[in-house]
Design a protein around this ligand. Structure first.
Ligand code: AP5
Length: 218
């Protein structure tokens, strides 16, 4: 099963993709995570990407698509995968279709995590991320058992640099500009399913699993 999680910043794409990856034993491919790993290792790619990310703007399509194409060449994606943060616009969606078509496959399910703006702001302003394993926590919604320490691996938690108020605003604007085209694209193909992602994380996860199971049975 090849799944895309679509939704605004803070919708819970990363949170749900990580849980879903465990439940379904598929790799989780997050362009945001791959870009942040490049930034922390100081690779050539990161020098170009960092400025865009710090401003909340999209990293150029070509760069991100090359990164995704490389990842989709790895053998672990054959059974399925969960894409989080890609595609972000029509051009990326078309590139993704081309990449998958060359592998005689395609996307099975696109889940749109519909989230209200007040929830987005509350979630992003309290988000904590593990430096070692990337698992997400939240100061109020999902606090770690020990202050600033990851329950999963014991790593240090940190606040993302793009979770500042000004940058969140820009990320939301960028998202709003691109999302309707993307939604239409997958609606026309009959792949899009909408979920209310304001609900508790466990409820949202169960609904996504239900959608994936239904799709697999068709
Ligand atoms: P990326 O990392 O993809 O950021 P994003 O899309 O803005 O999404 P977020 O990671 O902020 O939110 P999320 O939906 O994953 O929410 P999360 O699960 O963390 O991209 C970052 C940057 O990289 C971009 O701005 C861009 O510059 C660049 N980039 C990435 N992909 C690109 C692409 N394809 N093209 C070009 N540039 C690209 O949850 C948020 C918080 O809420 C957490 O604290 C979590 O614990 C909590 N939470 C989650 N769900 C729930 C729930 N149901 N109830 C209560 N709390 C919840």
């Amino acid at each position: 099963m090849k799944i895309i999680l679509l939704g605004p910043p803070g919708a819970g794409k990363g949170t749900q993709a990580k849980r879903l990856a465990q439940e379904l034993s598929f790799p989780h491919i997050s362009t945001g995570d791959i870009l942040r790993q490049n930034v922390s290792s100081g690779t050539d790619l990161s020098k170009e990407a960092k400025n865009y990310m710090d401003q909340g703007a999209l990293v150029p399509d070509e760069l991100v698509t090359q990164m995704v194409a490389r990842r989709l060449n790895e053998p672990d994606i054959r059974r399925g995968f969960i894409l989080d943060g890609y595609p972000r616009n029509l051009s990326q969606a078309e590139s993704l279709d081309r990449i998958l078509k060359n592998k005689n496959t395609g996307i099975d399910l696109v889940v749109y995590l519909d989230t209200s703006e007040s929830v987005i702001i509350q979630r992003l302003s309290g988000r904590l991320v593990c430096k070692s394993c990337g698992v997400n926590f939240h100061i109020k919604n999902m606090p770690p058992k020990v202050d600033m320490v990851c329950d999963n691996c014991g790593g240090r938690l940190y606040q993302r640099t793009d979770d500042k108020e000004e940058t969140i605003k820009t990320r939301l604007e960028v998202y709003k500009k691109e999302v309707s085209g993307l939604i239409k694209y997958y609606e026309v193909k009959g792949k899009l399913e909408r979920l209310n992602a304001d609900e508790e994380a466990d409820i949202v996860l169960n609904k996504i699993i239900h959608l994936a199971t239904e799709k697999a049975a068709k």
